[in-house]
Design a binder for this molecule. Structure first.
Ligand code: SAM
Ligand code: DTB
Ligand code: SF4
Length: 359
């Protein structure tokens, strides 16, 4: 049985309260998107009593989404390792000895075969990741072809290829790219402790090119890198005050990779982020960016079922599935399937049947 069939089989009865689209009655002023959040306000959300924070986030979630629906995306590393950047968490940076073998850009046919399998397994969106500091014009035609072919499978397309120029963003959009992932990673004050080969402003510039080209943005960050609560609030404050809130907002729990400076620190100190603080981060993300798809992204592999359930309760409504992120593992499909069944969750939308039937 495919993942889709397995997960769909676990679907609960249709939700009485959220049959078609957002719950308009609940869309009070308090739940409306705002772009004028102050850092102090975001910090105050983090400081709310836990039960009040999660309750408020769950209300915002229900105002805009069916809380029983979770979006499923699948990732593929189309160009692995050997990256020129020094992001202190990353297995793929050429600056660190992580034991990862660098590979060339994959051929489009191989990528499309993986995308088809992901679609048939239930993923709605296919995200292609490359370990590049920035996209080079010489690679653009191959990527454009890859994106167009994945799009033709009826999937939403997403890519994360490093920094883009305005013209490159337009070319990717023209090829059929729906989403571009480019993370701010952390708050502006902690950023210098994470990466020094690319500035915060350069990240904001790429996001601006993506928006101007008419693509949807996927932008979030990582928690558990040794940052403070103020840094986490700083990241969410940046995201909430962008000209447009990210359409997808990934919250990654650091996957500590041996050989990376930040991974090694966490491994040596045994100090992963506190799970209650992780849930708080999801809840605040949901409140400050009410209409974004908040993705419980990297780090799910090490999380208990209960922790994941609380993240969904606090407003996360998107995950990566398929057993692997880019270079690190995810829970296997059977585990996710059982989780969906036990939590009465169902996959959001699904790839249109005619695409599958036509093949
Ligand atoms: N090279 C491109 C870039 O950095 O924009 C795209 C790929 S990069 C791997 C995508 C994102 O994955 C990073 O911005 C970071 O937020 C996240 N990431 C990478 N390694 C991670 C790790 N060990 N744990 C958690 N998140 C990670
Ligand atoms: C994002 O924010 N998380 C995904 C996706 N965007 C590209 C990547 C997570 C990578 C985790 C580490 C790895 O597997 O290499
Ligand atoms: Fe390169 Fe992206 Fe990893 Fe940074 S996060 S080292 S840019 S692959």
């Amino acid at each position: 049985m495919t993942v889709n069939a397995r997960l769909a089989k676990t679907s609960p009865r249709p939700c009485k309260h959220h049959g078609a689209g957002p719950n308009v009655r609940a869309m009070s002023k308090i739940n409306a998107p705002r772009h004028d959040w102050t850092l102090t306000e975001v910090e105050a959300l983090f400081d709310l009593p836990f039960m009040d924070l999660v309750h408020r986030a769950a209300n915002v979630h229900r105002a805009w989404f069916d809380p029983s629906e979770i979006q499923l995306s699948q990732l593929l590393s189309v160009k692995t390792g050997g990256c020129a950047e020094n992001c202190g968490y990353c297995s793929q940076s050429a600056h660190f000895k992580t034991g990862l073998k660098a590979e060339k850009l994959m051929d489009a046919d191989d990528v499309v075969a993986k995308a088809r399998a992901a679609r048939d397994g239930g993923a709605q969106r296919f995200c292609m990741g490359a370990a590049w500091r920035e996209l080079k014009d010489r690679d653009l035609p191959k990527l454009a072809n890859m994106i167009a072919e994945v799009k033709a499978l009826g999937m939403e397309t997403c890519a994360t290829l490093g920094m883009l120029t305005a013209d490159q963003a337009k070319a990717l959009k023209a090829a059929g790219l729906d989403y571009y992932n480019h993370n701010l990673d952390t708050g502006p004050d902690y950023y210098k402790d994470v990466v020094t080969t690319r500035t915060y402003q350069e990240r904001l510039d790429t996001l601006s090119h993506v928006r101007d080209a008419g693509m949807s943005t996927c932008c979030g960050g990582i928690v558990g890198m040794g940052e403070t609560r103020r840094d986490r609030a700083g990241l969410l404050h940046q995201l909430a005050t962008l000209p447009a809130h990210p359409d997808s907002l990934p919250i990654n729990g650091l996957v500590p990779v041996s050989g990376t400076p930040l991974g090694d620190k966490v491994l040596a100190e045994g100090k992963a982020i506190d799970s209650i603080e992780f849930i708080r981060t999801i809840a605040v993300a949901r409140i400050v960016c009410p209409k974004s798809m908040v993705r419980l992204s990297a780090g799910r592999e090490g999380m208990s079922r209960e922790l994941q359930a609380l993240c969904f309760m606090a407003g996360a409504n998107s995950i990566f599935v398929g057993g692997k992120l880019l270079t690190t593992p995810l829970p296997d499909m059977d585990e996710d399937s059982r989780l969906f069944q036990d939590l009465d969750l169902k996959p959001m939308g699904s790839v249109r049947a005619e695409f599958v039937a036509a093949e």
